[in-house]
Design a protein around this ligand. Structure first.
Ligand code: CA
Length: 511
């Protein structure tokens, strides 16, 4: 992507594509009426930061173009230099799923990037972990209170004796009983739990706590042949016995995990997830393109990179299906989009339900504009595969992992797909974090980085002001991924212990 940044004077705007007829204001706090840019454009009214200014006179129903794409149509004539707020933008129809070009612009394979490794924990099944964690899986929400009590005691009394183990995590969730366990879509939460239980950061040690009468039998969460422990609370003689049993089993697992040591691993062992949350108009200009550049570097080094969030790619799908490596992958992308269209329809909603008040305050008029910025996280390589929600990644290269855009649901599903680390871009700001894998937070704006100096790991806002290039920030993210994956650096979310809950995606009925 080429940025056309007007840097000659203090007032700055960014026009992304030469065909764009709008640009966004860069300056923190926005710009007042009468501001004259170096190119001669004068603002007719105040324009907030990140919001769009008309670069030319626009008629009623004229296409508004950003990223070289139509993001909407004007509701009335708009003069050059005016603020285009979201009330002046009609949303266009989403791209039709029946007229998409598939695999007709497959990007050439990027040149290999050699000489990079990370230090990870090698697992018996050949995978590697970026953290050494005891994960305690649960088959049903009923056990959460007891398990939380036990985990607190394990952390206080037992974990300090096993210094190579970094954490003990209870995989609590709201599934397992009171649900239509045999409904077709129940496969999504069930396989999510199955894949979470065997996350590579858990070192192959599977421990499940169940209640005893739930629909989701604990044994269903254990892969064939795994050396797993199941504790059933209804079989224990009272609360103290439950806690004691969990602590005893945890001690056995901790002994084994404590023997894990970091060893040199190729980058091809890494599975990295990309996500955005609290997006603004800068997301598609600064943080997401920089993350996309890092995605290209990871793909070149042999890693697996996941991008997700169906409602935030749906309106850019016509830009993605041509990048599918073959017809089958393109069809799988369309399958996931259609599935989600149907899912939203059942709930009486459509993709316009995605944008938040914060997105709009940040300058995003609608989901079309948001999606065009969101897909920049995917970089420019060929899309090698598609995962349905919660499926485990088994391929290398860029993979589309279908998930809702909801931050914690996407995070949970990407963990199930096996991510070792997530890169998370934010413009409005969220203190988001995951317990099972580190999260690197990338800010879209300088002002957010200053405001949240002890939460943001990488400042991509420098791209908007011309202080850094997309390539420079992309390399910074790539190197930080390797350092965090190797345990040499911790993210702010890890430093403070910020963990969002696991939130399963359950499109099946609750009974
Ligand atoms: Ca999100």
């Amino acid at each position: 992507m080429q940025l056309i940044v007007d840097q000659k004077e203090v007032p700055l705007y960014i026009k992304i594509n030469p065909t764009d007829n709008v640009a966004i204001v860069v300056n923190s706090g926005g710009l007042p009426a009468g501001t004259v840019f170096a190119c001669g454009l004068e603002l007719r009214e105040p324009v907030p930061q990140g919001h769009k200014v008309a670069l030319v006179d626009l008629d009623q129903n004229e296409a508004i173009i950003r990223y070289g794409e139509i993001i909407g149509y004007t509701t009335r004539p708009i003069n050059k230099g005016s603020w285009i707020d979201e009330t002046l933008v009609h949303m266009p129809k989403p791209p039709s799923m029946d007229e998409l070009s598939i695999a007709n612009k497959v990007p050439e394979q990027l040149p290999p990037l050699e000489g990079y490794t990370f230090e990870g924990y090698r697992n018996a099944n050949g995978s590697a972990g970026t953290r050494n964690i005891l994960g305690i899986t649960t088959s049903v929400q009923c056990v959460a209170g007891v398990l939380d009590y036990a985990v607190k005691k394990i952390k206080e009394e037992i974990l300090p004796q096993y210094p190579n183990v970094e954490d003990v995590v209870a995989l609590n969730h709201d599934y397992g009983c009171g649900v239509a366990i045999n409904a077709p879509e129940a496969i999504i939460p069930i396989r999510t739990l199955q894949n979470l239980a065997t996350h590579p950061n858990f070192g192959g040690e599977v421990m499940v706590v169940g209640l005893g009468c739930e629909k989701l039998l604990p044994v269903r969460l254990i892969p064939d042949g795994a050396d797993a422990t199941i504790i059933v609370l209804q079989e224990q003689q009272g609360f103290s016995a439950m806690v004691q049993r969990i602590m005893e089993e945890a001690t056995e697992k901790l002994k084994k995990l404590n023997n894990r040591q970091r060893v040199l691993c190729p980058i091809s062992d890494l599975v990295i997830g990309m996500q955005c949350g609290g997006s603004d108009a800068f997301s598609g200009v600064t943080a997401n393109p920089a993350v996309g550049y890092a995605a290209n570097l990871l793909v070149r080094a042999g890693a697996t990179v996941l991008f997700s969030e169906v409602t935030e790619v749906r309106d850019g799908i016509h830009l993605l299906t041509p990048r599918a490596v073959n017809e089958e992958v393109g069809r799988a992308l369309i399958r996931e989009m259609k599935w989600y269209d149907h899912y939203l329809e059942l709930g009486g909603a459509d993709r316009s339900a995605n944008t938040t008040p914060g997105n709009k305050r940040g300058g995003l008029a609608n989901i079309v504009e948001k999606a065009l910025g969101s897909i920049a996280k995917s970089g420019t390589s060929a899309i090698m595969g598609v995962l349905a929600p919660g499926e485990k990644a088994t391929q290398k290269g860029l993979i589309y992992a279908a998930t809702p855009a909801s931050d914690f649901v996407c995070g949970t599903l990407q963990l199930a797909s096996g991510i070792h680390l997530q890169v998370f871009t934010t413009g409005r700001g969220t203190p988001y974090g995951l317990a099972m894998a580190p999260v690197i937070k990338v800010s879209t704006r300088n002002a957010l980085t200053e405001h949240w100096h002890d939460l943001i790991d990488v400042n991509a806002g420098r791209i908007a002001t011309g202080e850094a290039t997309i390539e420079e920030v992309g390399w910074e993210i790539f190197r930080l991924i390797i350092d965090v994956a190797s345990g040499r650096k911790e993210t702010w979310a890890e430093h403070w212990g910020l963990h969002n809950a696991l939130c399963l995606f359950n499109p099946a009925p609750i009974t």
